[in-house]
Design a protein around this ligand. Structure first.
Ligand code: HEM
Length: 148
């Protein structure tokens, strides 16, 4: 049960974050300011789904991993403070700030500075979450290898 919750939440977390990143880049590069504002608004609301999914991923992971010192589990555990810190201290506040700024039509240098920071921080988090995903799959399938 815990494993199913973990696998589903992990997949959703990765999909959410990738969708935020790709929709932001596409809107910024190819679409109008109105579309950018709509995308920013959508992302700010989608945090209501993303944050619980991240909490479920971490909580189920920590519950399954326990105190294990298995290197893959230890590596996953070590990445979590960075994933959570970037999410809570940069990505969530940036998403809300950018949405408010875009609704007000303020596409100034502050908007683009925060937007650039959000894209870099988002890319780092996609990379860290992908590493945790990869190590999760290794843990899962290693158990089915002969002699393990
Ligand atoms: C962003 C965070 C994380 C992601 C994206 C992630 C992703 C995954 C994925 C995709 C699996 C394979 C699930 C399956 O197909 O059955 C998995 C398994 C696992 N994860 Fe995570 N994980 C995360 C955080 C953690 C944390 C923090 C821990 C513990 C410290 C953890 C411990 C485990 C364990 C023990 C398994 C193996 C389950 C089993 O097959 O018995 N995960 N994880």
């Amino acid at each position: 049960m815990k494993r199913k919750v973990h696998a589903t939440a992990a997949l959703l977390a990765l999909l959410f974050l990738t969708a935020f990143w790709i929709s932001t880049v596409i809107a910024e590069l190819f679409l109008s300011e109105t579309a950018v504002a709509q995308v920013k608004h959508g992302i700010a609301y989608a945090l209501l789904g993303f944050i619980p999914v991240m909490i479920a991923t971490g909580a189920s992971g920590f519950a399954m991993g326990g105190k294990s010192m298995q290197p893959l589990i230890a590596a996953k555990r070590r990445r979590m403070p960075f994933i959570g810190g970037i999410g809570l201290l940069i990505l969530a506040p940036a998403a809300i700030f950018l949405s408010m700024r875009a609704q007000a039509g303020l596409f100034d240098s502050i908007f683009y500075g925060v937007q650039a920071l959000e894209l870099v921080a988002g890319a780092v988090n996609v990379a860290l979450i992908s590493l945790n995903f990869r190590d999760g799959l290794r843990l899962r399938y290693r158990k089915h290898l002969p002699g393990q």
